[in-house]
Design a protein around this ligand. Structure first.
Ligand code: CP
Ligand code: NVA
Length: 303
């Protein structure tokens, strides 16, 4: 790997850099609201590779790059040679000759690592089966807009221990908040992410019930019970039923607690309509902040 500024995981960057990126995102948001956009990425090109579906990631990266003055090329696995046997390594070498940065959404984090190792431009993780760092940057930005610094606060996760949960584990360490993950034993969070947090001295605990996780929390977070590529949806629904975030569960958090969901939501499954659309929900700000914080990521990567 060369000296490129990759955005591969929250755990891969230091706290100062992460705060700097969020600060840039906040500044870009302010500029946009004031109608005076700077275009620091004029003449630059970003390639977006999608091996899984997306609405927010695709549109927010495309709009964000264009607002920064740059151009975007979107590639899907099926419509490119990636889906017909060309390796990630060769793809990395070729795309590096055309583009100034590459974002990839894929299943295996090994592909992300290969893209970064064999290309010669910055690589951004737009979700793998193991993490979703851009999402958590937007989430931290959103929490801090509403409630001030997240440091020392308590974040509760209720649901499957999935890729988004792993990025919350990474963020708990880097941003210094407490994280309680309520997950069924069959779908507990990534042992690697938990082990990393333990090594780093993070305040991260896995508990058996949603109630235990949510009691007194400043922020309650959930996500789909069945992530893209997950098997056994019926079994997952059965064991995850007690982890649905409904009004009764939300009432156990602090009265000023916020609710987040990275979306897309499966209404009535992982979260009730009354919570998704309720007064504590900041899900639309969260989705919007993907745009602003990713502009921070793009400008940091390419500066
Ligand atoms: N939250 C998120 O990454 O949404 P998309 O799958 O629509 O990109
Ligand atoms: N955990 C979900 C997040 C979608 C943005 C998935 O991987 O499908």
């Amino acid at each position: 790997m060369g000296a490129e500024r990759h955005f591969l995981d929250v755990s891969a960057l230091d706290t100062v850099t992460l705060h700097k990126i969020i600060g840039r995102g906040r500044a870009f948001k302010g500029e946009l609201a004031a109608g005076k956009m700077s275009q620091p990425l004029a003449g630059k090109t970003l390639v977006l590779i999608f091996e899984k579906p997306s609405t927010r990631t695709r549109v927010s990266f495309q709009v964000g790059m264009q607002q920064l003055g740059g151009m975007v090329v979107v590639m899907s696995e099926k419509e490119s040679q990636l889906g017909h046997g060309e390796t990630i390594v060769d793809t990395a070498r070729v795309l590096s000759r055309y583009a100034d940065a590459i974002m990839i959404r894929t299943d295996n984090p090994q592909k992300l690592a290969e893209l970064a190792a064999f290309g010669s431009v910055p690589v951004i993780n737009g979700l793998t089966d193991e993490s979703h760092p851009c999402q958590i940057m937007a989430d931290v930005m959103t929490f801090e807009e509403h409630r001030g610094s997240i440091e020392g606060k308590t974040v509760a996760w209720s649901g499957a221990g999935n890729n988004v949960a792993s990025s919350w584990i990474h963020a708990a360490v880097r941003f210094g908040f407490k994280l309680r993950l309520g997950c069924p034993a069959t779908h507990s969070p990534s042992p690697a992410a938990l082990a990393w947090a333990a090594t780093e001295g993070g305040d991260v605990a896995v508990v058996e019930t949603a109630e235990e996780a949510v009691d007194g929390a400043n922020l309650v977070v959930t996500d789909a019970w069945v992530s893209m590529g997950d098997e056994n949806p019926e079994m997952r629904h059965q064991v995850l039923l007690p982890f649905c975030v409904d009004e009764k569960l939300m009432a156990r958090a602090r009265p000023d607690a916020l609710f987040m969901h990275c979306l897309p939501a499966h209404r009535g499954e992982e979260a009730a309509d009354a919570v998704l659309d309720g007064p504590q929900s900041v899900i639309w700000d969260e989705a919007e902040n993907r745009l602003h914080v990713q502009k921070g990521i793009l400008s940091w990567c390419m500066s």
